[in-house]
Design a protein around this ligand. Structure first.
Ligand SMILES: NC(=O)c1ccc[n+]([C@@H]2O[C@H](COP(=O)([O-])OP(=O)(O)OC[C@H]3O[C@@H](n4cnc5c(N)ncnc54)[C@H](O)[C@@H]3O)[C@@H](O)[C@H]2O)c1
Length: 433
């Protein structure tokens, strides 16, 4: 089995499957197709499958032209039918891993994908989980499901975990040049996963187990969440001390070692940083241990949208205005610059609180044409002089690079800037974090 898979990898005759065609899965499928493999993408969302088959990309990191080229070369196709797995040698699972309302892990998508893989598992298949999850998921959840077929891991089929690390919107790092970690259930599983990713990704690092690979991903994202929590608290402290936090960070960052630059902001967003550390703290709770750094960082970071609303209140107060009836223009909804991803974005909490305080909220985000919140739908407004002048307060939540800052500052009555976009202006109408 092992030799056969290795030979198929080296001759590019290995048939690759990717389950879950989102921010992670679609670029991964294209990366393997670009490396010369025949790739089948599987998603339960028929609309996504149809778009992808027409070569229309819905993920900004993959262009429609790239999809079209790979489809025309017959190296990439998409389906919602799991029967395709019957012909697949290696399959990567890239389904979502959100939190439940209780902030506990929701691994139902992993379980559902694992059940489908089980139904089509055949001797010689390599199965890899890429979704971010708590340590133990691969060997406690996937392994028993797959071995219930009677097939044996390491002999009949192979199972590994390899966390996805892509950074959507990052022009420098893609699935191809971001090093990949792999950890298998057995040494043979690791060896095969290493060879598989090594055929499409520039650098692959192997670790001794799936658990180490799962934990490494959670360390990376917890590291970010905790450091962002720290710098957000430093911003709150600087405000109390009447010190410009941005100047402090610039000064500290001149140290060439032992310091890493993190920036304060309106709060965490996206599918990863606000979510993943809770997978770790949940797992530790089952072992009667409290993950204190994670809890504290989450408390500080989730308080930032309210902190921003307090800043808006201060800004309105200077104009002798209250929230009630004030027009607030929010610039940027996405959780980070130049992407269209609004999942967990702090802009949502800020807008909800402004609406609850009876403000009239307008927004602009060219990446997000409309936003549905509980009982209402808002639509992105084109930025114009009239719009900028009409706002009692403009709140910069996302620093999209298309914003013309000098023009916005010139037209605005008052600005709350959570991203330091207005760093070049010293003006009493600008309120920074
Ligand atoms: N987005 C990121 O920047 C990023 C980075 C690194 C890791 N991750 C992790 O990768 C995983 C996927 O994240 P994403 O951002 O790509 O999610 P996504 O929501 O963009 O895409 C997931 C896709 O999976 C599909 N899907 C759901 N259940 C399915 C099933 N049973 N079978 C087939 N398809 C199914 C959905 O329809 C969707 O298209 C998550 O665990 C996430 O934490 C995400």
């Amino acid at each position: 089995m092992k030799q056969l898979l290795q030979e198929r990898i080296s001759t590019r005759s290995l048939r690759v499957g990717v389950i879950g065609l989102g921010y992670v899965g679609l670029p991964l499928a294209a990366t393997f197709a670009e490396a010369g493999f025949h790739v089948t993408g599987i998603d339960t969302d028929e609309q996504r499958v149809d778009l992808a088959n027409r070569g229309e990309s819905y993920i900004p990191d993959i262009s429609s032209a790239t999809l079209q080229t790979l489809i025309n070369a017959k190296r990439l196709s998409f389906t919602s039918d799991y029967a395709a797995l019957d012909d697949i040698d290696a399959v990567s699972i890239c389904v979502p891993t959100p939190l439940r309302k209780t902030r506990d892990p929701d691994i139902s998508y992993i379980i559902s994908a694992a059940q489908q893989v089980r139904a089509h598992l055949h001797p010689g298949q390599l199965v890899i989980l890429e979704s971010t999850t708590y340590p133990g998921t691969t060997d406690e959840v996937l392994l028993p499901e797959l071995e219930s077929t009677g097939l044996k891991v390491g002999l009949d089929f192979f199972l590994a975990f390899s966390p996805e690390r892509i950074d959507p919107g990052n022009p420098d790092f893609s699935a191809r040049n971001t090093p990949k970690i792999v950890g298998g259930i057995t040494p043979t599983c690791t060896e095969l996963a290493l060879a598989f990713y090594g055929a499409a990704v520039e650098k692959v690092v192997s670790v001794s187990s799936a658990r180490v690979a799962e934990m490494a991903k959670l360390l990376e994202n917890t590291f970010r969440a905790v450091n962002i929590g720290l710098v957000n608290e430093i911003a709150i402290m600087c405000e109390k001390l009447s010190i410009d936090v941005w100047e402090v960070i610039d000064a500290a960052a001149t140290k060439p070692f032992g310091f890493m630059r993190f920036l304060p902001g309106p709060g965490l967003g996206g599918h990863c940083i606000p979510v993943d550390p809770h997978y770790l703290s949940w797992k530790l709770k089952t072992l009667d241990y409290r993950a204190r750094f994670i809890e504290l960082a989450a408390e500080i970071n989730s308080g930032m949208p309210h902190y921003v609303v307090d800043k808006i209140s201060e800004a309105l107060n200077e104009q002798r205005r209250s929230f009630n009836g004030a027009t607030i223009l929010v610039l940027g909804l996405a959780y980070k610059r130049n992407v269209g991803d609004v999942r967990e974005s702090p802009a949502l909490d800020i807008i909800q609180e402004l609406i609850a305080r009876k403000a009239v909220v307008l927004y602009n985000d060219e990446y997000i044409p409309s936003l549905t919140l509980r009982d209402r739908t808002l639509h992105s407004q084109a930025v114009s002089s009239g719009l900028l002048q009409a706002a009692d307060c403009i709140v910069i939540v996302t620093d999209h690079s298309y914003y013309d800052v000098p023009w916005i500052v010139g037209e605005a009555r008052c600005i709350v800037d959570t991203r330091n976009m207005t760093r070049d202006y010293k003006d009493e109408k600008i309120f920074r974090l």
